[in-house]
Design a binder for this molecule. Structure first.
Ligand code: SF4
Length: 501
């Protein structure tokens, strides 16, 4: 039987799990690529394009004419332009194909630079680089250095199209060179896997490390689920994993059986409610909320943090740029109206976001949020960016009232399974407000929608549908807070008042 052709990514797949490689080659019909993986591909593509832009003299090896053409083009470029960088240079040795992100010529050979969208060097990057170095060396290429270019989160973009500094180059010679000798062994093992029957591998930690495996649906479909207690120890928030392990080793796998002296007050409440099956709402929440004046504002942001900064004074991954806010205003008890800001122009949305926020939130009354560190952090960042708006913005932060600790201290329902996220709480107090019915149903999807809307290739009908999805999602987030506040205050829940979406 002919040896199976391999590539760097196939060998990395085999390193993750032999069964993954086998399925990838023999049963690609079972592939189920998640949204997260799709997003990661897209980000990797964008980052790669920017890296190429930093070397204007570089020559790109197109792969549209097939592998043989790419191999020939690479050899031709090396011979004709030994002083120019190469992108996607293509090499093959012993049936293993690699495409090098970036080769930069130096007097002593090429710098081999692998470009990654992560913010640091990961262990699998070393394997990746070792395979590539092995193939390049067997093609007679002198390598002056083995480098990994990853995102430098300290980089601050100035908005001028200059991305010098976006990448941090890590020199990997000392960690990759010892691995290069192991590459022939990996290749032989990978080929042996492919030549055999489907490997038997139990699902485990490897299914998400270093990547989410696209065969998880297949591998888990027939799995007999172990009998779990109705309440596993995972309902105990903030319990250390070592404590959970110790409890399990003593036979306490069921949260209902754990002796009280292991539990803090919150965990005891979770256990008590789980045992009785009856939700608890402490009256203190009503007194606290009853002391707050009107108008009351319920505020939520949607933000985007990009790998490749798009706007001046933003940094990769670390700057959360608010492109949307939703605010329900309760003028008097039960009397609501709704306001929203959403900028999908692709321009920097921050100044308009800040100005509209100041205008919408008035000067008095509590501003309810759910997890104040996030909203207060974004408002403080806007204040630092726009000194003329800073007094008004910082005054909003002084009015922020966080509903999360209030809910956590005074409410628990057994269905919440140890979580006070708004999406865990909402089904227990307002099941008709259902995120699963929305086109955009969670924060990650909101970020994806925004990216797609501002992408120049997205058709306008899709943009409109996604924009409406964002509107519905953010409005539901703030309506959920309204309903939670009413619930904690003991207000009747049966009817929606005028103005509610
Ligand atoms: S889901 Fe897990 S066990 Fe199945 S192929 Fe992927 S990594 Fe292997």
């Amino acid at each position: 039987m002919a040896a199976h052709g391999l590539s760097k990514s196939r060998i990395v797949a085999w390193k993750q799990c032999p069964k993954r490689l086998w399925l990838q080659v023999h049963r690609c019909d079972l592939l189920d690529v998640s949204d997260v993986a799709e997003r990661s591909f897209q980000i990797g593509y964008e980052v790669g394009e920017v890296a190429q832009g930093l070397f204007p003299e570089g020559i790109l090896m197109e792969d549209g004419d097939g592998l043989a053409a790419a191999l020939l083009a690479t050899q031709t470029a090396i011979a004709a332009h030994p002083d120019r960088p190469l992108f996607e240079a293509t090499f093959q040795h012993d049936g293993v194909l690699v495409r090098a992100d970036l080769l930069v010529p130096t007097p002593s050979g090429y710098r081999m630079v692998e470009v990654k969208s992560s913010a640091s060097v990961k262990p699998y990057h070393l394997i990746d680089c070792a395979i590539q170095a092995w193939v390049l060396q067997h093609n007679g290429l002198a390598l002056a250095a083995l480098e990994l270019a990853h995102i430098n989160t300290a980089f601050v973009y100035q908005g001028d199209g200059n991305y010098q500094g976006l990448f941090q180059h890590a020199l990997l010679d000392s960690s990759v060179c010892p691995l290069v000798a192991r590459v022939p062994h990996w290749i032989a093992e990978a080929r042996s896997t492919l030549a055999g029957d489907e490997p038997t591998v139990a699902t485990g930690a490897q299914c998400d490390d270093p990547f989410e495996c696209p065969f998880k649906t297949y591998c888990t479909q027939d799995r007999v689920q172990p009998v779990q207690p109705a309440y596993s120890l995972d309902v105990f928030t903030r319990m250390r994993s070592t404590t959970k392990e110790a409890l399990r080793s003593q036979g306490y796998g069921n949260a209902l059986d754990v002796p009280a002296h292991y539990l803090n007050a919150t965990q005891l409440r979770i256990q008590r409610v789980s045992q009785t099956g009856v939700a608890e709402l402490a009256p203190e929440a009503r007194y606290i909320l009853g002391g707050l004046p009107y108008p009351r504002y319920y505020l939520d942001f949607e933000t985007i943090n990009l790998a490749v900064p798009r706007w001046a004074r933003t940094s990769p991954y670390s700057t959360q740029v608010p492109f949307q806010w939703s605010c329900h205003t309760e003028h008097t008890a039960g009397q609501l109206n709704h306001a929203m800001f959403l900028d999908v122009s692709g321009d920097d949305p921050r100044r308009a976001c800040a100005k509209t926020l100041v205008a919408a939130l008035g000067q008095h009354g509590p501003v309810f949020v759910y997890f104040q560190a996030f909203e207060k952090g974004r408002i403080a960042e806007l204040a630092a960016l726009f000194p003329d708006l800073a007094p008004a913005l910082l005054a909003i932060n002084e009015r922020v009232f966080d509903l999360l600790p209030l809910a956590k201290a005074h409410y628990y329902h057994p269905v919440m399974q140890g979580s006070w996220s708004i999406k865990a709480v909402l089904p227990t107090i307002a099941p008709e407000l259902d995120y699963t019915q929305l086109a955009v149903g969670h924060g990650g999807a909101a970020q994806d929608a925004y990216r797609e809307i501002v992408h120049p290739d997205t058709p306008s009908a899709a943009k409109q549908a996604l924009t409406q999805g964002l509107r519905d999602y953010c409005a539901l987030d703030t309506m959920a807070m309204v309903r939670l506040a009413w619930f904690l205050a003991g207000a009747p829940m049966q009817t929606l008042p005028h103005g509610a979406p």
